[in-house]
Design a protein around this ligand. Structure first.
Ligand code: COA
Length: 376
């Protein structure tokens, strides 16, 4: 029996110049730049440029990309029709996957797999994902989609399309920093899915559909929703203690904690802890931040020798909730950001491609005698 790395733990499956996830040092670096610097100083548009072109843009390059993305935000009528025809009960992430699915059929040159064609698709997908998510949410609530505004940046325009009102400066900054911090993260499950699909020389849209599917699960992008559902179930600060102790007693997981790579605190969690508190103080939803801090403190007491620290989804949950994003929309909002990283990885994979095809260790029998159907 060959050695098997269950869940591919510890396996280095390839190279990337897009990000370094330093699990022991607690660092996240995009193309050379520390996430703390990017979250504080850059915008999502700037990070998109960094991921797609490998360097920070100058002023005119950033302005050009910002205009290009803003010009691609409107949902084509044919895709809006697909969206409107889906049942209102559909999960927003399923809606997103479904709307991306036929996009190759409407691509102006579907057979072109060049870097330029894929860059155009990366921009279109990134521009459109926020529009699809906001529209899907409004339609299921019986409201009209809000037409995107080209004069707002990507993050502010998303909140505008979701709520129909222009966001205040703190909400804009928080949403933008969130988009910056979730854009890229090495060979995480959804990105790896995208790379596997890209490695077969399939198309960009297929890769992104697969990535959306992988993101949905609670062990990956679904963890913010799971976290917020836990906070809502706990309901008040005085019940946090008994709830979390009971989870530990039963050997159950606390959502928003633990990570395959980070064995110290996720650097994004540290930034989000502060942002979540600022947003809470501004919007009045202080309770969710206070409960999160209490959970955080308790897990630190109860974890023993296990390396379980808050991950990116933990403080995202209360922050997004206080920005008016409902629990079952949180994973879709994650996708609005990560689509930039997914598309960058598809381009990187195809720039130096080799089919991703690991081996498996067979555990079944090998010597069964075939019994004809009539005798079974
Ligand atoms: N709460 C309590 N215990 C946890 C935990 C959590 N959130 N995450 C991991 N652990 C414990 C496990 O129970 C396991 O304990 P054991 O050795 O006694 O069995 C140990 O830590 C290792 O966990 P494991 O699930 O094997 O690690 P992994 O690398 O496969 O998993 C995650 C990583 C992210 C899937 C896991 O930490 C998790 O499920 N977290 C909650 C979901 C989440 O927040 N996902 C978002 C990730 S960004």
């Amino acid at each position: 029996m060959p050695q098997v790395a269950k869940g591919l733990e510890g396996v280095v499956a390839g190279t990337t110049a897009l990000s370094l996830v330093d699990g022991r040092g607690g660092r996240l670096i995009y193309c050379g730049y520390d996430i703390n610097d990017l979250a504080r100083n850059s915008t999502f548009e700037e990070v998109c440029y960094l991921l797609w072109y490998g360097r920070l843009p100058n002023r005119s390059e950033l302005a050009a990309l910002t205009d290009e993305l803003a010009g691609m935000r409107a949902l084509p009528p044919v895709l809006l029709k697909v969206l409107q025809d889906l049942p209102g009960t559909a999960h927003p992430l399923e809606v997103l996957r479904t709307i991306i699915s036929p996009m190759l059929s409407y691509d102006r040159n579907p057979g072109d797999g060049s870097r330029d064609a894929n860059l155009r698709r990366a921009k279109h997908l990134t521009a459109l994902t926020s529009t699809i998510v906001a529209a899907a949410h409004r339609i299921r609530r019986g409201k009209q989609p809000v037409t995107p505004r080209a004069d707002l940046n990507h993050a502010a325009n998303f909140l505008f399309m979701l709520h129909g009102t222009e966001p205040d400066p703190l909400s804009r900054k928080a949403q933008d920093a969130y988009y910056v911090m979730l854009a890229e993260h090495g060979y995480n499950a959804s990105t790896f899915t995208a790379r596997v699909i890209a490695s077969t020389l399939s198309d960009m849209y297929s890769a992104i559909c697969g990535a959306v599917g992988a993101l949905k699960g609670p062990l990956h992008g679904g963890a913010a929703q799971w976290t917020m559902e836990m906070l809502l179930a706990i309901g008040s600060l005085d019940k946090v203690d008994s709830y979390i102790r009971e989870l530990f007693r039963q050997g159950k997981k606390v959502p928003g904690f633990g990570h395959r790579i980070y064995k110290v605190e996720d650097p994004r969690a540290r930034i989000l802890r502060v942002l979540s508190q600022q947003v809470a103080e501004k919007t009045g939803g202080v309770i969710w931040n206070e409960m999160s801090q209490r959970v955080d403190g308790l897990v630190a007491q109860l974890r023993g020798t296990k390396e379980i620290y808050p991950n990116v989804d933990f403080y995202s949950a209360s922050m997004l909730y206080n920005l008016g994003i409902p629990t079952d929309l949180m994973t879709s909002v994650f996708a609005c950001s990560r689509v930039a990283g997914w598309t960058a990885h598809v381009i990187e994979q195809q720039s130096d491609n080799r089919l991703i095809r690991p081996e498996s260790a067979y555990t079944g029998p090998t010597d069964l005698a075939y019994i004809p159907l009539s005798e079974r």
